[in-house]
Write a protein that binds this ligand. Structure first.
Ligand code: ADE
Length: 308
């Protein structure tokens, strides 16, 4: 952690943010295509990552690279800091850099962190556009030595062995369903599920998708879990919302080539051949199409946190 100097980081931020916004209560991390969440803020002040010592550079298309400070919700509003663009291990960032902004949020006073992401559906009942309220995760990288909490502790008061059985705040998850009710969202706009973290940058093979599904995951993505671990270590309550941008496990699976050839030879119609690939452009397109639902939901949750 010696490479990170919280004092210098906070000084650079506070030099650019008015005192009334320097102690946000809520932190938000905007996933791919979801940076539009920043338009929910009032009195917004942007602080570019380039100007913050210790912050890495986000290199992913569709990710902006700044913190947005502002007020969210009705009445006086809740002071919020939003990350427009996050850091991923697949960009070459160290896990300690990926989670540093979360630790900085904790130092600024953030109590509740809302983490959004774009994810692929492993559960065939999840349609593209569904928002999944994450209730648990499976992180193969964490189980095999890629864990942001490995190594010397950043703060001796943190638990060395962090329990993760209650990582996804029940209070915040319930607020999302109350918010959806107030917004009259259709029941199938939201689902609950388990998020599988993979390192990326490759998307899963069909067999890997089936493996994760068999292990109990509903959605899969390349982010979020490192930030969840750091947030929990820092004592924050965590809400994760995954926007389903594509299907990973295709119902019916893929057709045997032998059967396809046999059908060709017999002059029979070929049915059930699935020929789909996923692209980052598709992920961004669904993000911009459904980003508004995510935005109203997050705004409403902020309102419910802070009744007028
Ligand atoms: N993000 C969006 N879709 C994804 C997928 N299928 N796998 C991993 N990350 C994703």
């Amino acid at each position: 952690m010696a490479e990170f100097d919280f004092t210098a980081t906070l000084q650079a931020i506070n030099d650019q943010v008015p005192p009334a916004l320097q102690h946000p209560r809520v932190g938000i991390i905007c996933g791919s295509g979801l940076s539009g969440l920043a338009t929910s803020l009032r009195d917004t002040v942007f602080v570019s990552y380039d100007s913050i010592p210790g912050f890495a550079k986000s290199t992913v298309a569709g990710h902006k690279s700044s913190l947005a400070f502002g007020l969210m919700g009705t009445g006086d509003g809740v002071p919020v800091v939003a990350m427009l663009g996050r850091f991923h291990p697949y960009e070459g960032h160290k896990l300690s850099s990926v989670v540093y902004p979360v630790r900085v949020m904790a130092k600024m006073g953030v109590k509740d962190i809302f983490i959004t992401n774009a994810a692929g559906a492993l559960n065939p009942s999840l349609a593209v556009g569904t928002i999944v309220v994450v209730q648990d995760h499976i992180a193969l990288p964490n189980l095999t030595g890629m864990n942001p909490l490995l190594g010397p502790q950043t703060d001796p008061s943190h638990p060395r062995f962090l329990p993760l059985s209650d990582s996804y705040s029940r209070r915040l998850r319930k607020l999302v369903f109350h918010a959806a009710h107030s917004l009259s969202l259709p029941r199938d706009a939201l689902a609950e599920g388990t998020y599988a973290w993979v390192s990326g940058p490759t998307y899963e093979t069909p067999a890997e998708g089936r493996l994760l599904r068999a292990a109990g995951a509903d959605v899969v993505g390349m982010s979020t879990v490192p930030e969840v671990l750091a947030a929990r270590e820092e004592g924050m309550d965590v809400l994760v919302l995954s926007l389903v941008t594509n299907a990973v496990v295709i119902p019916g699976g893929y057709k045997s080539v032998r059967e396809e050839v046999e059908a060709e030879i017999a002059g029979k119609p070929i049915v059930g051949v699935v020929d789909e690939t996923i692209s980052h452009e598709e992920v961004l397109a669904v993000g911009s199409l459904k980003g508004d639902v995510m935005k109203s939901l997050v705004e409403k949750v902020a309102d419910l946190l802070h009744p007028v």
